[in-house]
Design a protein around this ligand. Structure first.
Ligand code: HH2
Length: 275
């Protein structure tokens, strides 16, 4: 929760040909800029720019290719709007270039394990960094995810990565945590984590939750084959995250999420008032 009475909203902007939901839709700088400005207009607090898909089975791309996708878009957004930009990458060189071009948050799905220089880059860059949990790596992570106790193991991992980041010189106040829904997790694992988000919030760092349009929502509604038809499930997760005290949700459908969270916050405020 934030001073707004609701989590911040991070709008997803994938500049990739192959992202599971919006792949190929915004991969020219002009289309990316239009979508970015649209999301800002809809109420996005952050724009999360990514140039490499991490969907299950995704093939890696080179840093040069990733930079060619993201830098023109970051520069175009920076020139047109003061909206905060985060860079969704696990490559330290890509993070450095994106931040030099105007991004001010590093969203790392590998929790600074993606490159030999990740920890020191995060310390040098001195911007907030999201440390996300993932079991395995995107190409194979959904083949056989396994945990004895997913909530305890994800919590322990996130704390270990936060300690590693701080030992490398990252300020405690710059660290965000994220359970990494869908990253090496079965439907049951995702649901267990969602049911215990308050335990992750209690770790003492701001929590980011990203469930928007993800495959596990389809498992709960088999008719939702098209990721764009998973809005109801995505909103259900955003509300659960808000009630557990998450600080930010990462979403594709900014406008609907703003509305759902505003109504939820108003109900909570009315309840507190009546009590
Ligand atoms: N999920 C995706 C990508 N980046 N970053 C954080 N911190 N948390 C997440 O849950 C998260 C993330 C996957 O979603 P998307 O970007 O829509 O798809 P793709 O990886 O196919 O580009």
């Amino acid at each position: 929760m934030t001073a707004l009475g609701r989590p911040l909203i991070m709008g997803v902007l994938n500049l990739t040909p192959d992202s599971f939901s919006d792949g190929g839709r915004f991969n020219t700088p002009r289309a990316a800029l239009e979508r970015a400005l649209e999301m800002v207009d809809e109420g996005a607090d952050w724009l999360d720019v990514g140039g490499e898909s991490t969907r299950p089975g995704a093939e890696p791309v080179s840093a040069a290719e990733e930079l060619a996708r993201i830098l023109p878009a970051i520069r175009a957004i920076r020139a047109a709007s003061p909206a905060p930009i985060s860079i969704d990458t696990f490559k330290p060189d890509v993070a450095r270039a994106a931040i030099a071009a105007g991004a001010t948050l590093w969203n790392d799905v590998t929790a600074l394990r993606g490159g030999a220089g990740s920890l020191s880059a995060a310390a040098d860059l001195a911007v907030p960094v999201v440390l996300m949990h993932m079991q395995g790596e995107p190409r194979t992570m959904q083949q056989a995810p396994h945990y004895e106790d997913v909530v305890s193991e994800v919590s322990a991992f996130l704390l270990e990565r936060a300690e590693a980041a701080m030992a490398a010189g990252v300020a405690r106040s710059a660290i965000w945590l994220d359970p990494g829904l869908g990253f090496g997790k079965t439907v049951a694992h995702n649901l267990a984590l969602l049911g215990a988000l308050d335990r992750l919030v209690a770790l003492g760092f701001p929590l980011l939750v990203g469930a928007s349009r993800k495959g596990f929502l389809r498992a709960l509604d088999p008719a939702a084959v098209d990721p764009a038809r998973r809005l109801g499930g995505s909103l259900a997760v955003a509300l659960a995250a808000a009630r557990a005290g998450a600080a930010m949700v990462r979403v594709h459908d900014v406008r609907d999420t703003v509305q759902a969270l505003a109504v939820d916050a108003a109900i909570a405020a009315a309840g507190a008032h009546a009590a």
